[in-house]
Design a protein around this ligand. Structure first.
Ligand code: NAD
Length: 489
């Protein structure tokens, strides 16, 4: 096992606390939740489970800070603090990546890339802090002047999942802070360690007391936040099922603004004229990256019938070569995040065995890895578009490959989903590529590539994959509200 740094080990020995008003405080509930290393199933940490009093405490701290210091903070000061936080994240690359790797299970080099991506995201949004502009609107009357302002929403609760714990937190926190809000970050109960580590850096970066709180806890804590009458906004990333509950909680409480980044079942479409070398290099990662625990996973692979056998053979070969081990040993794939996730994925694999041909995998890893949550890369093939493994998000290393014959047919297959997060097409025919891009019902289209991201490019889903766009200028709309000001001259 790679040696863990002293900072990492010391952090894991901390007692479970919540971060409210720039202080570490005990929870009112005194309840805790174990955090487990998914590579071996051993408990590494315990987090506090915030209850209703803790949520009230955090909201109160955030609300007071918003009125006292944050709302009127000089935007360029906000930018400097966000930049400083990015610097600190880079300075703490080693402990942050080690903690992410231990807590989530991902390979250490991927955890390092995630920490760097989090810092880059903050830098991009720091640049927006002093460019959040309104407009002046001509209303065809010389005696009337109208202008608009984009104001912060106020107190934003940010509820995030476990697959990219730090990155998901920063995707929300960076625009929320740039727009001048106070935040309550609720990480996923399975992977809260890096969010807690981040809290210390937030204080060190000089954010005023109450601008950011970190509240740990499970679904109950998330539900308390989404029902709260004094929270103005929920930025949520997670499953479509829970996203709908968050929306419902808003409608039953104070109609807080809600943005949702939800599940996906993305089509990855390979035409017969595609550059096959590039396809073979990309496909294995589009299918199994992060052990398949990725919202954009290309879990529906469609291959033109001429190349079907070649593509499937190569995918089987490449997937069989992927190494799997504890993330600290930097394999290609780490374990799934939890026992629950293994059970969920194995349930889908069992149903796949009844409804499709199993081409590769389909088992948990035995031997040395049997104590951890490892599932083999699994490939099914069925042309039944209503099979459960083709319709539902599995969120594990499982893909289905199907052949197709023509463009009309494949667009219909691709759009035959309740989800609409991402999609990809591989072809040298530029007209076909853009025809597809315009007709696919998905928030992201990759042409001759997969899984490209940049902080400046909007990201989000169509249909049941979400509401709103994170990243890019679009994210500013999620964390501001527009006001029109009329003056009779
Ligand atoms: P999840 O929906 O179970 O949990 C997400 C978060 O919601 C966690 O913090 C959880 O504690 C909290 N939560 C649970 N019940 C709640 C409730 N009733 N009210 C409020 N909050 C509640 O999702 P998960 O299993 O952590 O993550 C996997 C899902 O996330 C997948 O569906 C995946 O596609 C999706 N995801 C989407 C994106 C995206 O950008 N579209 C990115 C990553 C993950």
């Amino acid at each position: 096992m790679k040696k863990l740094s002293k900072i990492t080990l010391d952090f894991l020995n901390r007692s479970p606390k919540l971060f409210i008003g720039n202080e570490w405080v005990d929870s009112f509930s005194s309840e805790t939740i174990p955090s487990v290393n998914p590579a071996n199933g051993e408990e590494i940490f315990r987090i506090a489970e915030a209850n209703d009093q803790d949520v009230d405490h955090a909201v109160d701290a955030a609300r007071k800070a918003f009125h006292k210091t944050v709302r009127d903070m000089n935007p360029s000061k906000r930018a400097l603090k966000i930049q400083r936080l990015a610097d600190l994240i880079e300075d703490h690359l080693e402990p942050l990546s080690q903690l992410e790797c231990l807590d989530n299970g991902k390979p250490i080099s991927r955890a390092v890339a995630d920490v760097k991506a989090a810092a880059a995201h903050l830098r991009y949004f720091a640049g927006w802090s002093d460019k959040i502009e309104g407009s002046s609107i001509p209303v065809h009357s010389p005696n009337i002047m109208v202008y608009t302002r984009r104001e912060p929403v106020g107190v934003a609760a940010l509820i995030v999942p476990w697959n990219f714990p730090l990155v998901m937190a920063i995707w929300k926190m960076a625009p929320a802070l740039a727009c001048g809000n106070c935040c309550i970050l609720k990480p996923a109960e399975q992977t809260s360690v890096t969010a807690l580590y981040l809290a210390n850096l937030i204080k060190e970066a000089g954010f005023p007391s109450g601008m950011v709180q970190v509240l740990t806890g499970g679904g109950k804590t998330g539900a308390l936040l989404s029902h709260h009458m004094d929270i103005d906004k929920i930025g949520f990333t997670g499953s479509t099922e829970v996203g709908k509950k968050v929306l419902e909680a808003s409608s039953k409480s104070n109609l807080k603004k809600v943005s949702l980044e939800l599940g996906g079942k993305s089509p990855n479409i390979i035409f017969d004229d595609a550059d096959m070398d590039r396809v073979h290099q990309s496909l294995v990662w589009a299918s199994f990256y992060n052990s398949g625990q990725e919202c954009t996973l290309g879990s529906r692979v469609y291959v033109h019938k001429k190349n079907f056998a070649e593509v499937v053979d190569k995918l089987v070969q490449k997937a069989s070569e992927l190494s799997m081990d504890s993330g600290l040993l930097n394999p290609d794939l780490g374990p799934l995040v939890s026992k629950e996730q293994v059970d969920r994925v194995m349930g889908y694999i069992d149903s796949g065995k009844n409804e499709a041909e199993l081409i590769l995998g389909g088992q948990r890893k035995e031997g040395d890895l049997s104590g951890g949550y490892f599932v083999e890369p699994t490939i099914f093939s069925t042309s039944n578009h209503n099979a459960k493994i083709v319709r539902e998000e599995i969120f594990g290393p499982v893909v289905n490959v199907t052949s197709f014959e023509d463009e009309e047919e494949i667009i219909a297959y691709a759009n035959n989903s309740r989800y609409g997060l991402a999609s990809a097409i591989w072809t040298k025919d530029i007209s076909r590529a853009h025809r597809f891009a315009h007709r696919i019902e998905a928030g992201v289209v990759w042409i001759n590539s997969y899984d490209l991201f940049h902080p400046a490019v909007p990201f989000g889903g169509f249909k049941e994959s979400g509401i709103g766009r994170e990243m890019g200028k679009s994210a500013l709309e999620l964390y501001t509200r527009e006001k029109a000001i009329w003056t009779q001259l």
